[in-house]
Structures are given as structure tokens and as C-alpha cells.
Design a protein around this ligand. Sequence first.
Ligand code: ARG
Length: 459
Amino acid sequence: MWGGRFASGPDAIMEAINASIDVDRHLYRQDIVASKAHAAMLAQQGIITADDAAKIAHGLDTILSEIEQGKFTFERALEDIHMNVESRLAALIGPAAGRLHTARSRNDQVATDFRLWVRDTVDALDHTLADYQRALVDKALEHAGTVMPGLTHLQTAQPVTFGHHLLAYVEMAARDRGRFADARRRLNESPLGSAALAGTSFPLDRDMTARALGFDRASANSLDAVSDRDFVLETLAAAVICAVHLSRLAEEIVIWTSPLTGLMRLSDKFTTGSSIMPQKRNPDAAELVRAKAGRIAGALNALVIVMKGLPLAYQKDMQEDKEGAMDAFSALSLSLAAMTGMVRDIVPDAGRMKKAAGEGYATATDLADWLVRTLKIPFRDAHHVTGRIVAEAARSGTPLHRLPLAAMQAVEPRITDEVFSVLSVDRSVKSRTSYGGTAPRNVRTQAKKWLRKLEKEHR
Ligand code: ARG
């Protein structure tokens, strides 16, 4: 491509470190579509002839089908996807191919291609996230009234419903989708026509190419357009947060399915065995989702460090933007699919969950609230009274709802046997009707709201 200035080819090591084709070949669709838009615009502006533009478009279509049918030979010596395509175009249509690169550089080309790729990826992720939400909501509706131990510090805190717990992740996924959507709005502008760094003297119609590629507008500063990769950083940051959310549910699945708690069970479809211990049912998929969050965070970290301190405009460092990002987005998409599968697959052991929910004096807050409501005791004092009752129950090894009334009255004489009505875990969750609370009624309302919302989307 630059034979005019060069007498000999590159050293093998130079070629090895310089080539990006193994990674950026994944941009082939975006590269071709952007080149077609550019050629059509050049023709409309009278910069190339309509005849050449038609040849170019036809040649690019041929290349697209060659690649899609696996008949295209990508060459390392041609460095990247842009030059692989252009070189093949020349072989297919001859000299007209040489006019495609008018008023364009690989710098605006790669910025355009990768924006398109990231945009496509974000759109696909949005669907994947919606599927994940649907799985969570279906399960939540099914288990709106299934009681489980709610934990803080991993200590039994208050009973909650499994449905409520699952809907917490639906909210997180909704914010994840919001973050991707925000990033998409900002990234959706066209660098094409910024050329190498300074723009071009040819009379381009940048709005035409922007429109043809589905961008909202053309970028306003050529230097910025070819040298920033914040659109990758921003979507990666959204991916990291999403992966962190997934890793938390993954960790919970590991805990829930461990024989130590035995709260839930994954089927054979989502467990693996051990090569030595025949009894094992390992939640490998959940563990791997937990781990992929590290890998995805690593990709963001790597690109932040690549971009830090780079002077304007394009620097070859920026070629390193794609491998980590592509790996991270595919890891996220696989993680989402695995989580969706596990959420659909997992079966809670309602009996054990209920029993565990009642352990550890989980309804102590209900007792304190009863003292406040019925005996008009200030909450701080009620907390103290309840603490003494719990200490007594712990001393005699009795759960709260089995403690004799006399034992409670020894601490607070005004307590009546009406108190027992609030000490069961079912009563406890049913009473949490405040907006956003865990009551089965709330869970059903919220789950149905989500189902309607999800049904309306993507239609
Ligand atoms: N393969 C390059 C990249 O991914 C394309 C841009 C190269 N531009 C250049 N002037 N060498 O960044």
C-alpha cells in the first residue's frame, strides 16, 4: 500500500507485531458497509464516477459473500481488515478499487468500523439482557410467596421471598441496560470523512454517510473523531458493572446449591461431576460467570491504561482497543446466557428455605415492631426488650415462636399471646407491604409490571 516510499518489506517480527487481522477480521461486515456508504457518497458528490462507484459496490458485495462463505483468505502481510478488503477489491474490479480510499484514511475507517461494531454488540446485549430479565421475572412470579432467609453480613437477618430476591436482579439488569443505552446514544456519531486527522479538501457529504450507516450525526472534530476511544471505554465500563451484578448472583447460586445450605438445586444440565468424588454436583457455570467478571474488568483496565497519556491524533497503541473489548463482550454475552439458563433451571427447596428463614431469630424485628405498635414502646426501647428476649431464647435453645409467653413476660410483662401472630416467617414477609418491600403481594405486582414492560419491548 505504501510501496512508493519503501524499498523493502518489513521484518517478520515487524509484521507479527503490526498485524491486527486476526482480531479486526471480525469487523468485516462493518468495514464493507462503511466502504459502500463512502463510495456512494463520493459518487453523489462527483468525486468518483457513478460507474466506478457501482463497480466498487459490486466488488464489496462479492467480498462480503466470500467472507461469509469462508472462501476469503485473510493475509497477515496485508496487516488489517481494511487493507485485506481493499486488496481483494483491486483483484476483483481493477483500477476502480484504487478510488475508494479517496478522502478517507484507515484512521477514520477503523474508528467508524469499531463504533458500528460496538453499537451492534450493545444492541445484541440489550436483547440478551432482556432474556435474562424475563427468566428472572418468570421465576419471581412462580416464587412470589416462597420464603427464604434474607441475609446481611451473610447472617440471617429477616425473612424475604425468593421472588423479591430475584426481582432485585431485574432492577440491576434494567440499570445495566440503561447504561448501555446511554453509551450507545453518545457513541452513535460518524467519524467517516475525518480522514487521517485533519479532514479533507474534497467536498464530502458527511451527513449522507452518517445517515446511511445509521449514525445520528457526523462527528464535529476530525482530531477527536480519530483519536478517542471513550466509546469503547464507556461500554466496557457498563459491561464491567453488568458482569459484577452477574457475579453476585453467581456467587449466591454457589452458596444456595452448596450442601452446607442446601437451599436450592441445579439440574444435571447446569452442574458438573467430579472425576474422583462421585457425590459431587459442582456449579461450574456459576463459578465461571463469577470469574469472567474479573476478565471483563481486566479489559477495561487494559484499555484505560493504553489510552492514558496518548497525544492526539491516532497512535498505533489504539489498535490494541479491539482484542480485549471483543473478548469482554463475548464473555459477558456468554455469562448472561449461562445465568439465564441457571435462573430457569434452579429449583428452590421450599421446606429448607422456610426452615432456614426462621433460624437465627429472623423475626426478632417483627417482635420489636409489635412492641412499638401494640405497646407504644419507642423503637429503641423495643429493640432492647427484644434483645433480652432473644438472649433468653438463645440461652434455652428455643426459636422465638416457641418461647413460652411467661419467658417473654419476664422481660416485658405487658406482652400478650397476640405476639405469636407476628413471629412466623410467613406472617413476617406478608407484613412487609411498604413500597419496594418483600411481601408476596408486592412481588406479584412488581413481577407483572415487569412482564408487561418486557413484553412491550422488542416487538
Ligand atoms: N489496524 C489499525 C487499527 O486497528 C487501523 C488504523 C491504522 N492506521 C494507521 N495509520 N496505521 O488501529
